[in-house]
Design a protein around this ligand. Structure first.
Ligand SMILES: [Zn+2]
Length: 392
């Protein structure tokens, strides 16, 4: 992993205080219960903290009376940008996942107090801090956070806690970028925008669908972001005739079995059962042969022991060790597409081992559908493509 400086230690101490006392204590209780069943369970990333303080609607105000003084214009602009990223997460039907996140002029009505604090949570080495007691507070350290991108990142991170998210690891499972909810990291180890794993986490926690969606941007309502492609000749974000919401993805392989995919880290996944579903169709009514295939693949993730960055299990999510490098296909379902939207469901339950610290879960749709006239591969459309969390 990358170099960690003294601010990392500060961040660690501060993050350990995060959401204290209300949610953190609840989290400890839940961890104690689940550890009895699954000793390796790491309680992070997906909601172990069930009683977040937001109730899905958050108002906040910039408090100028913190020990770090009054907010400068650039600091507020950056923090607003970080907060707003959560409002940009769209559900399968185009609706927002976080229903309301609005700035107000001052306290009252439970508005979150966002302050500059030179000692967040009582520690001058801490980057930021969030708690739910009373109204709720986000504290950001202006001594350590001296650049706009850093302020945006840490504001986004602390708001993630108030929305009920725990920490995730350093490396996003889809693109390797630094995750929004990573901790135990240096102040400048940030990425612009909300990370894919954490976008998926908030969708899992607050999205409309039941069973819950594991993947981010499942309905392409946020564009093509968070999706990967292999061996495609054509990809088009279509706003005409989606299965649901406002958008669908149209794509045509270069060769048989060109595909789209998305990988999602699922921490504390042991014992959970997953399956997958996609909507699919073909665009042209010309005769075709071949199948669309929906697959679920999993990969075991193991965390290293690291007392300096550990969670209640004594393991550090930021240090991912893949003891099983290769992917295993655990579910497959095929269908011959027509010009009508149809669901393709891989409903054979797959249960993630309770011995695993976490799992990377990849959903994949591939096509070998070709025109029987011999004029090449056919264009496929997909919508609301996701692995689903069927729970215990
Ligand atoms: Zn944190």
């Amino acid at each position: 992993m990358g170099t960690r400086g003294w601010d990392w230690l500060g961040a660690l101490r501060g993050e350990a205080e995060t959401l204290r006392p209300f949610n953190w204590l609840l989290g400890l209780v839940l961890v104690a219960v689940t550890m009895a069943m699954a000793p390796s369970l790491v309680a992070d990333a997906f909601p172990v903290i069930e009683n977040d303080c937001s109730d899905d609607t958050i108002t906040y105000y910039f408090d100028n009376s913190g020990s770090g003084g009054a907010w400068a214009s650039w600091q507020k602009t950056a923090a607003r940008g970080g907060f707003a990223d959560w409002s940009g997460v769209l559900d399968w039907d185009g609706g927002t996942v976080v229903n309301s996140l609005v700035e107000v002029g001052g306290p009252g009505g439970g508005a979150v107090n966002v302050e500059l604090d030179t000692s967040p949570g009582g520690n001058p080495g801490t980057l930021g801090y969030a708690e739910c007691t009373g109204g709720a507070t986000i504290s950001l350290n202006p001594t350590l956070i001296t650049q706009s991108l850093w302020m945006e990142h840490w504001a986004r991170h602390e708001m993630g806690h108030l929305l009920g998210l725990e920490h995730t690891g350093n490396d996003d499972s889809q693109d390797g970028s630094v995750e929004t909810m990573a901790t135990c990291t240096s102040v400048d180890t940030v990425s612009p925008g909300l990370s894919q794993d954490d976008s998926g986490n908030i969708t899992h926690k607050k999205g409309d669908l039941d069973p819950e969606t594991i993947h981010a941007n499942a309905g392409w309502e946020e564009g093509t972001t968070f999706w990967g492609y292999s061996n495609l000749a054509y990809v088009n974000l279509s706003t005409t005739n989606p299965a649901d919401g406002a958008r669908a993805l149209e794509w045509r392989p270069v060769v048989p079995n060109g595909l789209i995919y998305q990988t999602m880290n699922y921490a504390a996944a042991g014992g959970f059962t997953i399956d997958a579903r996609t909507n699919h169709r073909k665009l042209s009514s010309s005769p075709t042969s071949g199948l669309v295939t929906l697959q679920i693949l999993v990969r075991q993730v193991t965390y290293a022991s690291n007392p300096q960055c550990s969670y209640p299990t004594g393991k550090d999510q930021n240090d991912r060790i893949y003891v099983q490098e290769s992917w295993t296909t655990v579910g497959v379902q095929t269908a011959a597409p027509t010009t009508q939207w149809a669901m393709l469901t891989e409903s054979t339950p797959y249960t993630i081992s309770s011995l695993w610290d976490a799992a990377d879960i990849r959903v994949r749709v591939k096509s070998n559908v070709a025109y029987t006239s011999g004029s090449g591969m056919a264009t496929i459309a997909t919508d609301t493509t996701r692995a689903r969390d069927q729970g215990f």
